[in-house]
Design a protein around this ligand. Structure first.
Ligand code: SF4
Ligand code: SF4
Length: 260
């Protein structure tokens, strides 16, 4: 999900969807294009996607990041994007595409659930408010757009069981928007502070190890109820990681963490 500013809002491709706007869409195996969309993608993965996919595959976050993603710093960005690495074949298929369809379907990423709608986060000038903007943008080859079923963004999200994914992605996009300005004080995103921020947002198993097996808890006081939940739960740990990055990089104090 990209951050959008007001100037570019009216120039983005696709049809902007309001809450009650409808669009035609139905995807099913009977269509000639079935699974054609699962190849040659720039498929962005957000922190919650990584948690769900590594759980589906039964591997630690380190191994998932090593084996399945490209970490790319795009021009004008100060935090890297995480993209699912396509297979090294002529069609650059998604690594999870099997003969019978998506092999990680219950845990597929947010972008796959949202397609053919794209989402962006309009961050208002005062940075205190953000607004989810949605665009209907099926590619020409996608035949689902010619089917008769009518959807709204809400019925489509319900159909795809995407509400939690959207919520987590928005949470991440709000933090990511803070990286529009360079926070690295000359170190760059590959420096120690950048590595810490990446670990605390994307690499939950490593981040948990850091919290419980370094001097972290000697330096910072964390509520016992929070410690209990982040020890066992990756989603709580991810949310804690977001707060930690805000505190670590910008000194923004959350209610669950303070210096000793
Ligand atoms: S209808 Fe669109 S989303 Fe469904 S398989 Fe075809 S290309 Fe993919
Ligand atoms: S994760 Fe599944 S739905 Fe998404 S591109 Fe890959 S195969 Fe397709």
């Amino acid at each position: 999900m990209k951050s959008i500013d007001l100037k570019e809002l009216n120039h983005l491709p696709g049809r902007k969807l309001g809450e009650n706007d409808t669009f035609s869409f139905h995807c099913h195996p009977g269509l000639a294009c079935f699974n054609q969309c699962c190849r040659n993608l720039n498929l962005f993965l957000y922190p919650y996607d990584v948690i769900c996919l590594k759980k589906n595959l039964g591997i630690p976050s380190d191994a998932f990041l090593d084996d399945y993603v490209d970490v790319v710093l795009r021009p004008g960005n100060f935090f890297p994007a995480v993209l699912l690495q396509m297979a090294d074949n002529d069609e650059r298929t998604c690594p999870f595409l099997s003969d019978s369809g998506c092999s990680v379907y219950p845990d597929r990423p947010d972008t796959c659930r949202t397609f053919p709608v794209e989402q962006g986060l309009l961050v208002h000038q005062d940075k205190k408010k953000s607004e989810l903007i949605q665009f209907y943008r099926p590619p020409d080859f996608c035949l689902g757009q010619y089917e008769n079923e009518r959807m709204t963004t809400k019925t489509w999200a319900d159909d795809q069981d995407a509400a939690t994914y959207h919520k987590m992605t928005i949470m991440w996009a709000e933090l990511k928007a803070m990286f529009q300005k360079d926070p690295w004080e000359g170190e760059g995103p590959d420096g120690p502070r950048g590595k810490m921020a990446f670990m605390a947002t994307y690499n939950m198993d490593r981040f948990r190890d850091f919290i419980f097996n370094s001097s972290f808890l000697k330096r910072y006081k964390v509520k016992s109820s929070i410690l209990k939940s982040i020890r066992a739960n990756d989603i709580q740990l991810m949310k804690f990681g977001f707060s930690w990055v805000k505190f670590y990089l910008w000194g923004i104090q959350g209610k669950n963490l303070r210096l000793r």
